[in-house]
Design a protein around this ligand. Structure first.
Ligand code: ADP
Length: 469
């Protein structure tokens, strides 16, 4: 029998996205509906979301917190399923999604309004599925305030998309948000005298998942646990890793509308054209004979290893490789990239900003895709690169290790290096150049990646198994 699933996410592609969370929330719920479940997705209505086709549903909700009362209107998106936006202009009608001084209130209101909406509509969910810290208070509220209501019977599921972002706030927010003080303890929502939304979820959930099997193990150890490895070990019996899938409606080189020419494994001519157009549109020189074009896409944050790239790439650029980098984020990472681009104006193109079209064209036009993340919960970009025939070069951690196999291994589809140092990355880049020069080997490795099935169906089935276990 189908389950009723209430799915909460602070980003839902294609409406709102800063990274992988948006991609997942834009696909996984619809994979649940495809399996016969009754799914409702609830998310904030930010300034950037196009409103033309949204439909107002019902009377506004009122969320009362000690810090203030908020009126929340509800809008429904036309497709692809039951997607509801919460409109509270004074909290969400802003350019960015995160990073404001009132974030605690913003996402508390989001969580409470989503539950109030389900309650108003009698949507008695079997599963409430929260994602990352912005939804943490929803699970806490279900466990406590809602405990004796029909909604309180739902299985409380929480997925960690990135443990590094925990939603930590000063302890005065405990009172401002109306959280009972007895929950502000190390076994509750306190993290070193601060309020932790992530902990609110981790101590309340019946089932905790994260987005790859390797990351599920790593976060139970101090180097990857971001201070929560003890709690995660304690909750180890309900913690599972399920690899993310790829939304092949959006990420498929045979149908991709952003590409100047679509292509497939058996008809790769279009890929050569994508490469040419990418180089031209980025106004750099093509690599010299025998040197590859490298692509990089990712948030500019220390997680993604930009410093490793900046240290390792110059020698290859000097030898005639070219590279295209797309990202947004930390100002200092941006500055360092721009400094390097100024040194290699014909070899290195750095684009700062969020550009979905360019992201697709980099996957389609580059020869290798570089992802030297220090840690990586799952990583979607390397999966896209496999499907698009840009061979991934990755640091062997988290989801990168679960998706990329070094080409020296049987069934290898990429290049994996094992320590996050410039020297190790440089070694991997040298191996990439060698592989690039061995055309039969390069095409065989490329073909293995393009043939992988990363569809969401298998992951959705695994979630379903745990929802009903
Ligand atoms: P993370 O979630 O840590 O940011 P993932 O690899 O899981 O990393 O997901 C990144 C997603 O965001 C991919 O879809 C990638 O194409 C996209 N993305 C990241 N930065 C940009 C950017 N500057 N412009 C366009 N898309 C981007």
């Amino acid at each position: 029998m189908g389950l009723r699933i209430l799915f909460l996410s602070s980003e839902v592609a294609p409406f709102s996205k800063t990274g992988g969370l948006g991609d997942v929330a834009g696909a996984l719920p619809w994979a649940f509906s495809a399996r016969g479940h009754d799914v409702r997705v609830v998310t904030p209505l930010y300034r950037g979301v196009p409103r033309a086709n949204l439909q107002l549903v019902g009377a506004p909700l009122t969320v009362e917190l000690p810090v203030g009362t908020t009126e929340v209107r509800v809008f429904r998106a036309p497709a692809p399923g039951e997607l509801l936006f919460l409109d509270a202009p004074e909290l969400f009608d802003r350019d960015e999604y995160y990073g404001y001084p009132d974030d605690a209130r913003r996402f508390a209101v989001f969580s409470m309004a989503a539950l109030a909406l389900a309650q108003r509509d009698g949507f008695w969910a079997d599963v409430v599925h929260g994602n990352d810290w912005p939804t943490g208070l929803a699970l806490l509220a279900l466990k406590h305030g809602f405990a004796h209501t029909p909604l309180g019977k739902a299985k409380k599921v929480f997925t960690i998309h990135n443990l590094a972002y925990q939603g930590l706030f000063p302890k005065r927010e405990v009172e401002a948000l109306g959280i009972p003080w007895d929950q502000f303890s190390p076994s509750g929502v306190e993290f070193w005298d601060q309020l932790s939304f992530m902990k609110a979820a981790l101590v309340s959930a019946d089932l905790i998942t994260t987005v790859s099997p390797t990351y599920a193990k790593e976060i139970q150890t101090p180097p990857f646990g971001a201070g929560l490895d003890g709690l995660l070990r304690h909750r180890g019996d309900v913690l599972h890793g399920i690899l993310n899938g790829v939304d092949v409606k959006e990420w498929n080189p045979a149908t991709d509308v952003f590409l100047p020419r679509q292509y497939t494994l058996t008809e790769l001519a279009g890929r050569a054209l994508c490469r040419k157009e990418l180089i031209a549109s980025c106004r750099i020189d093509a690599p010299v004979e025998g040197m590859p074009l490298f692509g990089v896409i990712g948030r500019m944050a220390s997680q993604k290893g930009a410093d490793l790239l900046q240290a390792a790439l110059p020698k290859l650029l000097e030898q005639g490789a070219s590279a295209i980098v797309l990202g947004a984020g930390d100002a200092s990472v941006q500055r360092d990239w721009q400094g390097l681009a100024a040194r290699f104006p014909r070899r290195l193109c750095v684009r700062v900003g969020f550009d979905n079209s360019l992201a697709h064209r980099i996957e389609a036009g580059s020869d290798f895709f570089l992802m030297p993340s220090r840690f990586e919960p799952c990583g979607l970009s390397q999966m896209y690169s496999l499907l698009y025939g840009s061979i991934p070069v990755v640091h062997g951690v988290g989801g990168l290790l679960d998706t990329v196999v070094d080409f020296k291994q049987p069934n290898g589809n990429g290049i994996v290096f094992t320590s996050p140092t410039p020297e190790a990355l440089f070694g991997a880049l040298v191996r990439a150049v060698e592989l690039y020069r061995d055309r039969p080997a390069y095409t065989a490795v490329q073909a293995r990646g393009m043939k992988r099935d990363f569809g969401w169906a298998a992951s959705a089935a695994e979630y379903e198994r745990l929802f009903t276990a």
